[in-house]
Design a protein around this ligand. Structure first.
Ligand code: FEO
Length: 388
């Protein structure tokens, strides 16, 4: 598929993988995007997942036939994009690999490759004839070696994982060829919150570094190529990386015998009756991927966890640990939960989240054994949230 006269899409769609990174559910698959920039010389930008060797090679051959590839630009060494480097070298033995200096030990470590490598620093350029590729390091978006490749004449940024999204692009590679923004927006937030969410400051640094570039197109490694909705996508990344959210509540809970669940559902009802936006997730049965997405949408987390082994009920503790490890800022927190004889979970949750910079909305509400409104009045909590 031609993105433009000199940019060809040679990526693949993975509709079989169940969990990305063996963690995150894929509702609509995922794409591994790879691009050819074709001029007097040809550059391939990134490869694809190991499972797609045959299809990837067929895509390349269909795009350039018998011509050779002169350069392989490696924007990112994570194996979903780098796994086929050795294969590409075997098909194109004279290919020169172009990468950030921090990627050099990685390509040796992952694939034992030590030769035909050019390490490029910020602002270095590669001339393909009448086309110039310029390189910018964007460390920690998503790994330390990550870089963006900018095609000067096409005003196109090959951005690696940045601006990526879950979801295959089987019927729609660019957002110009079909209106995709609405369809992909939630999956882009979920992708960001799951994969890149920890790296808010590096994303801000990258946006600042790239802000002087004139952009007509962003070609990420996952999800659609952004042209029509480029401004919205950049604005969304800016917002998410500043941990800016709208007013609303991400309710998460786990419940062994239904008592903490009653409290969670009561909070949801009280918020609904007051017109406060919320999402609710039972973490005993749901992958936390979707709750992380809502943490990056709403400014309050309400977590319900019974006391278990004198600790926080494990699925909820696991989720909160993930929130803290993402350095989430500008959020408030409220905890609740049941206990049978000795409590502890709400105190531990409040301590954990306060230590990570969360504003504790009100002291956590624990109730003994069955749920009783007198001990855990969600109407009062919903009032507090509405007023906050
Ligand atoms: Fe899609 Fe960080 O690799």
């Amino acid at each position: 598929m031609d993105i433009s006269e000199r940019i060809r899409y040679v990526g693949v769609n993975d509709l079989d993988k169940v969990l990305f990174e063996s963690q995150w559910p894929l509702k609509h698959g995922i794409s591994y995007n790879s691009y050819l920039v074709v001029d007097e010389k040809i550059a391939l930008i990134d490869t694809v997942d190991i499972a797609f060797k045959k299809e990837f090679y067929e895509n390349i051959r269909s795009a350039i036939g018998e011509r050779t590839i002169d350069y392989l630009v490696v924007n990112h060494m994570e194996p979903d994009h780098s796994a086929l480097i050795s294969f590409i070298r075997s098909e194109y033995p004279n290919i020169e690999i172009v990468m950030n200096p921090k990627a050099v030990p990685m390509i040796n470590g992952f694939q034992g490759i030590t030769d035909n490598i050019t390490a490029v620093k910020d602002g270095d350029e590669l001339n393909l004839g009448h086309t110039t590729l310029r390189f910018y390091a964007i460390p920690m978006v998503h790994w330390p070696e990550t870089m963006v490749t900018y095609c000067v004449e096409e005003k196109t940024a090959f951005s690696g994982d940045a601006f990526g999204s879950f979801g295959s692009v089987k019927n729609c590679i660019t957002d110009t060829s079909c209106d995709t923004y609405e369809k992909y927006q939630d999956e882009m937030i979920r992708y960001y919150s799951n994969i890149v969410g920890k790296f808010g400051q590096p994303v801000q640094n990258a946006l600042k570094k790239l802000s002087s570039l004139e952009l007509k197109r962003i070609c990420p490694t996952h999800g659609p190529v952004w042209e029509t909705h480029l401004k919205e996508v950049v604005a969304l990344y800016d917002k998410m990386s500043r941990y800016e959210t709208e007013k609303g509540v991400c309710i998460v809970y786990g419940s062994m015998y239904g008592n903490t669940e009653k409290a969670a559902l009561s909070l949801a009802d009280e918020l609904k009756s007051r017109g406060v936006k919320y999402a609710i997730h039972n973490l005993s049965f749901e992958n936390p991927s979707y709750a992380y997405e809502d943490v990056f949408k709403y400014n309050i987390i309400a977590a319900g966890a019974p006391t278990y082994n004198n600790d926080i009920f494990p699925p909820v503790r696991h989720f909160l640990y993930g929130v803290c490890s993402r350095f989430v800022r500008n959020h408030s927190f409220f905890s609740f939960g049941s206990y049978s004889w000795a409590g502890g979970s709400v105190k531990l949750m409040d301590e954990m989240m306060a230590a990570h910079g969360f504003c504790i909305l009100t002291e956590g509400l624990a109730f003994k054994q069955g749920y009783r409104k007198e001990e855990c009045d969600m109407g009062a909590v919903a009032d507090l949230i509405k007023q906050s």
